[in-house]
Design a protein around this ligand. Structure first.
Ligand SMILES: C[S@@+](CC[C@H](N)C(=O)[O-])C[C@H]1O[C@@H](n2cnc3c(N)ncnc32)[C@H](O)[C@@H]1O
Length: 339
């Protein structure tokens, strides 16, 4: 076949790609095909309109075919183009991290509204570094720490934070275990919250490509949330806030876990022994954590015995679809938080 016969126009190549992506079940085939073709041609989506009748150069055609094949295999578009915007910050993303979602900006918004004076902030399960970068941008006087269990995620976060918020400190560890008592005014998190049963029914983009450790949270989806709610009163200073994203329908259960944790902490403080009798998961975690915190606290940290805080304020925030998406739990005893 001669070279002239092999060349198709930009417009024809786009139409063929849209059809292929649609056949593969991609939800927005036109928009995605345009982004990928613009990338292959190193132009903009408007540039595609201008070039519609021109022949597509061979190298661009090859690049475009490879990009379309990845998207047809339902790889998320942000992984293919290597970036995603969050809070107006352009973040590098790849398959080591969850693609930051627009609804997670509600975590940032809620944290800024409830704890505008926070000076010590933790983004736990930072993934790409999205929440930490946004909070560090908005609260430049704060010291921000970002943690994750996954070394791959931390590598991505490191690159993003170096670009957008170089002062953020990165820590590798399991949820709140690495941190000393009363270390933070604000803990923000978008933890894994997908139930085992839901995993198989997720869109292929999520189920087959995003990291399992960023999604899976046990039979009820509350494994990480329960531990966070139970353990946060230890690492929060009096008056501090825990602001967490939750899955659709999970807010009431997380709220109950917070109440359980509070009740259990009060009973533990009174020295009542309830070992093994009807304790909730969160309460068990809190008790276990308290034990280890007492022996493991940093020498310069406040004594773990100060850890009598309990949640006295609860706020549930809905997303634009009306789904309860963010839960904010405020500890008692603070002087600076807004009520
Ligand atoms: C749902 S993703 C959120 C990522 C990012 N914060 C965002 O909103 O885009 C959850 C993150 O928590 C991390 N993670 C899961 N279990 C963890 C644990 N036990 N301790 C610390 N991080 C954990 C995962 O590696 C993942 O990066």
């Amino acid at each position: 076949m001669g070279a002239a016969a092999a060349l198709v126009t930009v417009g024809d190549a786009l139409a063929a790609a849209i059809a292929r992506l649609a056949a593969a079940g991609v939800p927005e085939p036109r928009a995605d095909a345009e982004v990928l073709l613009a990338r292959a041609l190193d132009t903009t989506r408007v540039g595609l309109v201008v070039a519609a009748r021109r022949p597509l150069p061979e190298t661009a055609a090859r690049d475009f075919a490879a990009l379309v094949a990845r998207r047809a295999a339902r790889e998320p578009l942000p992984y293919i183009v290597g970036e995603r915007e969050f809070w107006s910050l352009l973040l590098t993303v790849d398959r080591r991290v969850l693609v930051p979602r627009p609804e997670t900006e509600l975590v940032v918004e809620t944290a800024l509204r409830l704890a505008p004076a926070a000076r010590r902030i933790l983004d736990v399960g930072t993934g790409s570094g999205a929440i930490a970068a946004a909070l560090a941008r908005e609260l430049p006087a704060a010291r921000v720490c970002a943690s994750d269990l996954a070394p791959g995620a931390l590598a991505v976060a490191r690159a993003n934070l170096a670009r957008h918020a170089p002062g953020v400190v990165l820590v590798c560890g399991d949820l709140l275990a690495p941190f000393r008592a009363a270390a933070f005014d604000l803990v923000a998190a978008n933890p894994p919250y997908v139930t085992d049963a839901e995993l198989g029914g997720l869109a292929p983009e999520v189920r087959d490509h995003e990291p399992r450790v960023a999604l899976a949270a046990g039979p009820d989806g509350l494994a990480a949330l329960g531990r966070l709610v139970a353990e946060a009163p230890r690492v929060l200073a009096p008056g501090g806030w825990l602001v967490v994203e939750v899955g659709a329908g999970q807010a009431p259960a997380v709220r109950r876990l917070a109440e359980e944790a509070g009740a259990e902490r009060r009973q533990a403080a009174r020295g009542e022994s309830r070992a093994g009798v009807g304790l909730g998961r969160a309460a068990h975690a809190a008790r276990e954590f308290d034990r280890s915190a007492r022996s493991a606290r940093a020498p310069d940290g406040p004594p773990a015995e100060l850890d009598t805080g309990r949640y006295v304020r609860v706020e549930v925030v809905r997303d634009h679809a009306g789904i309860e998406r963010v839960l904010a739990l405020g500890l008692g005893g603070g002087g600076w938080t807004r009520s």
